[in-house]
Design a binder for this molecule. Sequence first.
Ligand SMILES: [Zn+2]
Length: 138
Amino acid sequence: MSFFLRIRQRLDRFMIGRYGTDSLNRGLMILWSILLVIGFFTRSFWWYVPQLFLCGVIFFRMFSRNLVRRQRENLWYYQLMKKIGTVYRRALVRFRDRKTANFFRCPKCRADIRMPKRVGSFKIRCPRCGAEFNKEFR
Ligand SMILES: [Zn+2]
């Protein structure tokens, strides 16, 4: 049996019942590589502290046997990334249509409302909750 195959089998045996990696760990690794690249330019000792911490978290999660806890963290990460994606897409649309549309929120249900850009005072009916309110655009 080759040397590398033996190492591979030993590693596989070691990882039985352990969590391994997931998208949160991949995200942390991307963050770590960003810190690493910035670190090439800063050359500060203190810059290694968060990197070491991140590295510790990544390996801790990888070798952890508490699968439920790790999956819950991963779910939290999924929801966070989804929220960030929504905010990002919304900002893109607002920027793209900034000259043709007014954007605002319903004061009652916080729904995003957009209407063609016009100047003046308008009575607006929220398409989601039906609340009526006045809005003035200058
Ligand atoms: Zn509403």
